[in-house]
Ligand binder design. Structure first.
Ligand code: OGA
Ligand code: NI
Length: 363
């Protein structure tokens, strides 16, 4: 029998999917089998036209000619409005560091389950090894093992959850996260410019940003048509940076015009998506797009995801500049800490979490 993680909360038995894969059983446990309307419908996903998701060249934004800069800013604004996603190339982060974080993540996931379970994700929390966002024994499970750590501000860290094995894990996470933090700051600045805003509106407003990392490991699944790697959701962050593993297995899909579009990995590019915070601040102009992950029949897949969000005590609501008679406020002003709590205490369910902030149309 596959070892299980057992929680005192009534979330039922959560099978570890890597162990399930090792057991070589072809029958998928019922808790992973999605209801018909949630299944990935693999056959109906259209092949993506290459390069369909916009690719932003950060070098052109930072050091390009005036024309290059304007062209890239325009592309950025279209991506954020129409997709809520883009990929960024020439991001300036050392490829060796991207390789290294993948390497330590892989080493961690390849450890025996007993070792990984020294860092358990307690029910209702989102740090450690296990499966986040499970709140009831009836809830369907994702075909994914997660390992997540809060990074900044320091008080969100739980040192007991930082693995000592592989030995270079922690240092690599620290170095990687510093670079990703810089990238997020830069991207937010350009996103602001693409909205016609000046200065450091986001930077000034956000305070000391909250940053967390989550490594998602999706083992191959004998029936990818029945399960989901990660349930549909939007991210509760301001920005998310996703590194797709080198295996270049396609797994991430985004919901665009009601069609699930697979995101093709681009070598050394990082996938960026707009989170709920930016959707609210821009009064819905920039979309925090719903996305999910599907599994592959033969290949495992790894993703490394950074969430970058305002400080918990910050009040968030649509920016004045984004609201006028033709565009009345779609969202109320709320405390970001409360939103975060709301986000992590509810199961992933498309864009439902954002209802927390929505003003009903009648008002
Ligand atoms: C996430 C996420 C997608 C992926 O972790 O929030 O959307 O491809 N991950 O792992
Ligand atoms: Ni996500």
């Amino acid at each position: 029998m596959a070892p299980t993680l057992e929680f005192p909360l009534n979330v039922g038995q959560i099978d570890d999917v890597q162990e399930l894969k090792k057991s070589r059983k072809t029958k998928i446990p019922n808790r992973f089998v999605r209801d018909m309307n949630e299944r990935p419908m693999l056959a109906t996903i259209p092949l993506p036209s290459p390069g369909s998701l916009p690719i932003i060249d950060l070098k052109k934004l930072m050091k390009g000619s005036k024309e290059e800069f304007h062209y890239e800013i325009l592309k950025l604004s279209t991506s954020c409005e129409e997709w809520g996603f883009f990929q960024v190339i020439n991001h300036g982060i050392d490829v060796d560091l991207l390789d290294k974080i993948e390497e330590v993540a892989m080493e961690f996931f390849m450890l025996p389950i007993e070792e990984k379970q020294k860092y358990p994700m307690a029910p209702g929390t989102v740090q450690g090894y296990g499966q986040a966002f499970v709140f009831s024994e009836h809830q369907k499970l994702d075909w994914c093992n997660m390992f997540a750590l809060g990074l900044l501000p320091h008080f969100i860290r739980n040192p007991k959850l930082w693995p000592t094995n592989p030995p270079s894990f922690s240092d690599t996470v620290e170095a990687y996260s510093l670079e990703i933090r810089k990238l997020c700051k830069d991207l937010l600045k350009y996103i602001e410019l693409s909205l016609g805003l000046n200065g450091n509106v986001f930077e000034d407003m956000f305070g000391e940003c909250v940053q967390a990392i989550r490594m998602n490991y999706y083992p191959a699944c004998p029936r990818p048509d029945l399960v989901l790697g990660l349930s549909p959701h939007s991210d509760g962050s301001a920005l998310t940076v996703l590194q797709q593993g080198k295996s270049s297995t396609v797994g991430l899909q985004i919901l665009k015009d009601n069609v699930w579009v697979p995101i093709q990995p681009v070598k050394n590019a990082l996938v960026i998506n707009i989170g709920d915070t930016i959707e609210v601040l821009t009064n819905g102009k920039y979309k925090s797009c719903e996305h999910r992950a599907v599994t592959h029949k033969e290949r495992d897949r790894l993703s490394i995801v950074t969430f970058y969000a305002p400080s918990y005590e910050i009040e968030i609501g649509p920016l004045q500049e984004m609201v006028d008679e033709n565009n009345p406020s779609k969202y109320r002003t709320y405390n970001h800490g409360e939103y975060s709590r709301h986000y992590v205490t509810n199961k992933l369910q498309g864009k439902k979490t954002l209802d927390f902030a929505k003003i009903s149309p009648k008002k």
